[in-house]
Design a protein around this ligand. Structure first.
Ligand SMILES: *Cc1c(COP(=O)(O)O)cnc(C)c1O
Length: 397
């Protein structure tokens, strides 16, 4: 444990140049909003893979569990181990595929729960677990109903489930699939996937396999259709306060969790005709006040946003100018009087009436908000603010 003085000077140091600010009260808010859509039989899995979509997995997992999520989802074994090492005891499902005996031993050792995608993989698991002298491992069977990614084809689900049921060292904890188009207004593919899922489950049942928990929905499935909820929903994006599609904003009111902030490191005034940054891709057409910020593409600000992004300075939207460089970028702050070096600027987030969201960047860049959230590098400290619930220890990681 850090002493208060150590942790407060650490918190100060983390805010010296540029940082990602994580609002844990927004996690609590989003979890409660999502839970309002769910029946009491439906559990909420907080998907915290990829370092909780760039937010910092330990603080997010703790906040989500404090607020009512009961499962965690990660992509890889090291992501699961990181959570276990922090003391988290909730069940953790590894959504990615794992194959090797070394991986399987780590899964058992750290009490993680794997996704089984093929009969061959199930056999390797059973063989490896048999050498360990442990109780049967809880496993989750993945069916491919139309995503064409991981999983056994839904038409072969019955044989797959029968095989795993017969293996003495494995216990089927759930059967699940993943939706490819759940945010779409056109529901045809979603309905086809759901029908395939239910057909496979009916066949599994008819073959005498005890049907365990079922789950199908990601954020988009959770927000669009309660019949997709089953026993659990696997929610990533909405937990972080973003909507899978703009038309879902009316379904519930989410708060974005992440903000990106940086300090002004230098202020200057340039004359008309002066170029700014590499390649002089911006040339001032008037006398211009410039703020230099200590944040750049090595922190995860996409260079393709050069001359196409804004920042918020004292509640005012200002344009970024010139090429974004590795460690720094420049703003035109001519419209904001009395700025000082050291002032904090919001790159992504809100200040006063203005806000800039990951959706805004995604639209400019022709990508999706998921990718924007995951793009911030570890050079930016994650600074947690607020508390998920009263009495919950603040984790300033
Ligand atoms: C990442 C992932 C999710 C979460 O998706 P969101 O759209 O972010 O809610 C759910 N299920 C699986 C299998 C995933 O890989």
């Amino acid at each position: 444990m850090l002493s208060w003085e150590q942790s407060s000077s650490l918190a100060k140091m983390q805010r010296e140049r540029a940082w990602v600010e994580i609002d844990l009260t927004a996690i609590a808010h989003n979890v409660s909003q999502i839970k309002r859509l769910l029946q009491s039989r439906t559990a909420l899995m907080a998907v915290v893979k990829a370092d909780a979509y760039g937010h910092g997995s330990i603080a997010i997992a703790q906040a989500a569990l404090q607020s009512g999520a009961t499962w965690l989802g990660v992509a890889t074994i090291p992501e699961g181990i990181e959570l276990r090492e922090s003391g988290i005891q909730a069940p953790i499902l590894i959504l990615g595929a794992t194959y090797t005996p070394e991986q399987i031993r780590a899964i058992a050792r750290w009490n993680l729960q794997p996704t089984l995608c093929t009969p061959k993989q199930a056999l390797v698991f059973a063989e490896t677990i048999a050498t360990l002298n442990t109780s049967p491992l809880s496993v989750h069977l993945k069916l491919d109903t139309g995503m064409s990614r991981l999983g056994t084809d839904w038409q072969a689900a019955m044989e797959f489930a029968q095989l795993v049921q017969r293996l003495p060292n494995l216990a089927i904890a759930s059967i699940y699939s993943h939706l490819a188009t759940a945010e779409s207004l056109d529901r045809r593919v979603v309905h086809q996937q759901q029908q395939r899922f239910e057909t496979a489950i009916a066949q599994i049942k008819a073959a005498g396999v005890k049907v365990p928990k079922l789950h199908l929905a990601n954020s988009a499935g959770t927000l669009t259709d309660a019949t997709l909820h089953y026993d659990m929903v696997r929610v990533g994006l909405a937990l972080y306060g973003l909507y899978p599609a703009a038309h879902l904003k009316s379904v519930l009111s989410l708060k974005s969790v992440l903000q990106v902030k940086a300090r002004i490191t230098q202020l200057k005034t340039i004359q008309a005709g002066t170029g700014v940054s590499y390649g002089h891709r911006f040339v001032a057409d008037r006398e211009t006040a410039i703020a230099v910020l200590g944040i750049g593409y090595a922190d995860g600000i996409p260079r393709n946003l050069s001359n196409q992004m804004n920042a918020i300075v004292r509640g005012q939207l200002v344009p970024q100018i010139g090429a974004v460089t590795m460690d720094q970028l420049m703003l035109d702050v001519s419209q904001v009087p009395n700025l000082q070096e050291g002032d904090v600027v919001t790159i992504l987030g809100h200040d006063g009436q203005e806000s800039i969201s990951a959706d805004d960047w995604a639209e400019t860049l022709g990508t999706i908000s998921w990718e924007i959230l995951c793009s911030f590098k570890h050079r930016l400290p994650r600074v947690a603010v607020g508390q998920a619930l009263p009495g919950f220890a603040l984790d300033v990681k």
